[in-house]
Write a protein that binds this ligand. Structure first.
Ligand code: FAD
Length: 412
């Protein structure tokens, strides 16, 4: 009998999973359910080029697959459709408008939503967050009309938007609660480099800030009140992280804890239900087997492929998600690329010269290479990914020496 895979969520993970299933020769039915109105699209440009464009960029530049892809590969894409309930015993998903769908395999790719700050004034016009194309459209239009922009949160999305707004000649202030920007993701040295770069471009960055409320007049935000006073703002973008969408999984009795808990093969505690992408809490070898969620395109795509292989394999116990994590961010003239995870870092060396604006930081846990942050050094980044994949550690002397061809270590 024909098998049916139902995928909930039409983001990077869900769409990639549908594609990977066909690529791996799955001949059954694929139903891809998205509660958004647009064909699946790339989110990364939303905080970068999309906001800057004077006219909205053509959707074809954003869409993950061309319009005819879904028909060509016989993928039953249902837009504007939300799943309201899962019944794991009878293998059914219930749609908001009442229909029921049977599944043989279910893939949860429900992503995340922006974390909100439970502060007075959050409801004022001009206080925004960014996750979807709809959010980005609103933000783009608002940005064109204002001068004073405040970004709450010095993470990737906050800093990308800060540099986008600055490129549009806005007055930009970033308010970060912790002592440094990108604190959860990169070494202090890289945080300082990025903060200095933004400051040199005219962005105000304040760290260690406590925000009390958003203040406004006639329903419109006019400022952000912090411990040291009010920062004027006509537009406030709250970028303080994301919360995994686990409600469906919770309701279905799947194990959830900071995301939907899965094993190395992305299986939940129901063997035929998988979770992938931003919503999946998995044990990651590059994090010293810690349970983490990764919010990156790489993670979404690679976990999708793992699940497609699981569904098609006769030897499922051999299939594991073990890709090297990587991520990029574009801010001003800087492309920062990161690979590996630096949880256990005890030491680092720098390859290149900070002053030249092209360098990499090689992180070591004792004597093992665990992560590399590269600033405008795409070649280092690519080689570093391969070194981590192969489990090869250059000595600290080799990594720091620009005359060492790191690629040659791969040939050994
Ligand atoms: P999502 O893309 O969030 O997709 C989940 C989908 O499921 C959503 O459409 C959601 O509406 C839908 N859904 C949820 N519940 C239901 C339901 N009950 N029924 C139906 N549908 C449902 N990553 C990088 O690697 N590099 C970058 O530079 C980068 N920049 C980014 C910039 C922005 C502005 C954003 C928001 C993210 C960025 N990311 C970047 C992160 C990257 O986009 C995410 O990691 C990736 O989109 C995760 O894909 P996903 O499919 O897991 O989740």
């Amino acid at each position: 009998m024909t098998k049916r895979v139902v995928i909930i969520g039409g983001g990077h993970a869900g769409c990639s999973c549908a594609k990977a299933l066909r690529h791996e020769q799955f001949n059954g039915e694929i139903v891809l359910i998205s509660n958004e109105s647009e064909l699946p699209y790339h989110r990364p440009p939303l905080s970068k080029s999309f906001i800057k464009d004077e006219t909205e960029m053509e959707f074809s530049k954003l869409s993950l697959q061309p319009e005819n892809f879904y028909e060509k590969y016989n993928i039953d894409l249902r837009l504007d459709t939300a799943v309201s309930e899962i019944d794991p015993d009878d293998q059914l998903v219930k749609l908001y408008h009442g229909d029921m769908l049977h599944y043989d395999y279910l893939v949860l790719a429900t992503g995340t939503r922006p974390r909100q700050l439970p502060l007075p004034g959050l409801e004022l016009d001009g206080v925004m967050s960014l996750r979807t194309l709809q959010d980005a459209r609103k933000l783009r239009l608002a940005m064109q009309k204002v001068q004073n922009t405040v970004i709450i949160g010095g993470g990737f999305i906050g800093l990308e938007l800060a540099s986008t707004a600055r490129a549009m000649s806005k007055n930009v202030t970033v308010l970060e609660h912790t002592p440094r920007v990108l604190g959860r993701s990169v070494a202090p040295l890289v945080s300082d480099y990025i903060a200095d770069m933004h400051r040199a471009n005219g962005i105000q960055i304040e760290t260690g800030v406590f925000i009390n409320e958003f203040v406004g007049e006639n329903g419109q935000v006019t400022g952000v009140k912090c411990q040291h006073g009010i920062v004027p703002a006509e537009l406030v973008l709250v970028g303080v992280g994301a919360i995994p969408n686990t409600e469906l999984a919770d309701q279905a009795g799947l194990q959830c804890e900071n995301g939907i808990v899965v094993n190395h093969s992305m299986q939940t505690n129901h063997a035929n239900i998988f979770a992938i992408g931003d919503c999946a809490n998995h044990q990651n070898a590059f994090a010293g087997e810690r349970r983490i969620r990764l919010e990156s395109v790489q993670n979404a795509n690679d976990q999708a492929l793992t699940v497609a292989k699981m569904i098609l394999s006769n030897n499922a116990e051999q299939i594991e998600y073990k890709s090297v994590p990587w991520f990029w961010t574009d801010q001003g003239d800087v492309r920062l690329q990161m690979t590996g995870l630096s949880f256990d870092t005890s030491d680092y060396v720098i390859r290149g010269d900070l002053k030249s604006g092209r360098f990499s930081v090689f992180h070591y846990a004792k004597d093992k290479l665990v992560a590399i942050d590269s600033v405008n050094q795409p070649v280092d980044h690519m080689v570093a990914r391969k070194l981590l994949e192969a489990g090869i550690t250059p000595s600290k002397i080799q990594a720091a020496d620009m005359n060492t061809n790191l690629k040659s270590l791969l040939a050994v």
